[in-house]
Design a protein around this ligand. Structure first.
Ligand SMILES: CC(C)(COP(=O)(O)OP(=O)(O)OC[C@H]1O[C@@H](n2cnc3c(N)ncnc32)[C@H](O)[C@@H]1OP(=O)(O)O)[C@@H](O)C(=O)NCCC(=O)NCCS
Length: 181
């Protein structure tokens, strides 16, 4: 069972008590501002069930981020295969979603760093990518704080977003083991 520890956080498996804060996070318009697909309650609940199974079966996937000695659910951090065709795929991706009351503490960067250490050391991955809509500067700053780098030639139109949608254009960042900040 892969639990990841960082100085302030625990990336851990799901508990039943995580479902409500997970649903609430997915419904929060501040969280959804730069996301092209949103999760209504029932979909979020079924996604949580799927993610619990994946984490058990694969040993990686979507971890719940708990603040040690603090909130049991601050957000989620994921490691996964990029689930669509793109010029940079097949590839493995790191991602993050936090409840807004926990933004501004460095938790996303710290949790993602723990996940990347796990990806390189325990899973033996060579390179990990991250992506976000060009407008999502907060998420892009997490990538930069981690030491990830962007080649503008890698920017792409997300294949799951229809043409003309304002969130279609995405930046791509990459990181290899030796670059982890
Ligand atoms: C993207 C997201 C996770 C970023 O959260 P965040 O809290 O800004 O990111 P970090 O955890 O790296 O925290 C950095 C902030 O904490 C501050 N901070 C405070 N203490 C810190 C510490 N000990 N270490 C690092 N940063 C710290 C930094 O100054 C920075 O604040 P600033 O941006 O106001 O300058 C968050 O905005 C989010 O969940 N968004 C919605 C979902 C989403 O878009 N996910 C990405 C999809 S691609």
């Amino acid at each position: 069972m892969a639990t990841i520890e960082t100085p302030r956080l625990l990336l851990r498996h799901w508990r039943d008590a995580d479902i409500e804060p997970w649903v609430a996070m997915n419904l929060d318009p501040r969280v959804n501002e730069f996301l092209f697909s949103t999760y209504p309650r029932e979909f979020a609940e079924s996604r949580a069930a799927l993610r619990r199974r994946e984490l058990d079966e694969l040993g990686y996937g979507w971890w719940v981020v708990e603040v040690r000695g603090g909130t049991p659910f601050a957000g989620v951090v994921c490691l996964r295969e990029v689930p669509f065709e793109a010029h940079f795929a097949p590839a493995r991706e790191v991602g993050w979603f936090f409840a807004p009351e926990h933004w501004g503490n460095g938790y996303a960067t710290e949790g993602a760093r723990g996940a990347l250490e796990h990806a390189f050391a325990a899973l033996g991955w060579d390179e990990v990518v991250a992506m976000t809509a060009v407008q999502n500067v907060r998420s892009e700053r997490v990538m930069q704080r981690l030491g990830m780098t962007r080649d503008p030639k890698d920017d792409f139109d997300h294949p799951k977003v229809e043409a003309g949608h304002p969130l279609r254009r995405h930046v791509l960042y990459r990181i290899r083991r030796s670059q982890l900040a």
